[in-house]
Design a protein around this ligand. Sequence first.
Ligand code: SF4
Length: 252
Amino acid sequence: MQYARTRNRFDPLSEKPFRLSRSKLELFMNCQRCFYLDRRLGIGAPPSFPFNLNNAVDALLKKEFDEYRERGIPHPLMTKNKIAAVPFRHEKMDHWRDALRGGVSFHHAESNFTLSGGIDDLWLNGAGELIIVDYKATSKAERVSLDADWQISYKRQLEVYAWLFSQNDFKVAEVGYFVYCNALATGARFDQRLDFDISFLPYKISDGWVGPALNRARECLLQSELPIYGENCVYCGYNEAIGRLNNQLSLF
Ligand code: SF4
């Protein structure tokens, strides 16, 4: 049977800091069993489809905000949404945006984990605080919001970035933003273009959970037994049901 083998497995005997990405911490928050399989045993979940259209929106938005970053003035959409800030200029901006090059990171001494993540954008307000910004793209008939249960992962994403910048001694604003781009399907025809409705959704950040979560993630990886699976995913229950069915069928 084939499965995706993961790299950078946790070694319980090693004293070296263990590097953990934001997405792997999110995996832990969703299901400890999947996290353990991935980081301790090297068995990754099957990869999901790439979100190429979303990535294109991200890349173009970054270029667009960079124009205003260079000029030191707010993007017109920031002005329209009454956000008194400018895109943040910093020599490390490109590095922080590139998760593959390490992004923004911090070594949390208590867990001995180095947490890292690649941000979308940062804005600077008049109080000298960084506003954490994440771009999202979707296409739906109703207005975008942050109300769905599954969007807890978006909120945690912003909170992890806020925690990382706070730990790196930056002042971080208590409200971050999602720049949410909604592709409209209401036009008469495609004509090789998509039009977007763009909403700036504020989110009040509460990042106090990150340090304790890293400690719990470490405890999880130190276990010698497979943790129970989470409630939010149906796959293991599905596999168990298939296994039971196979056992029954083999009796005939
Ligand atoms: S329940 Fe889902 S997330 Fe958890 S281990 Fe099984 S497949 Fe992974």
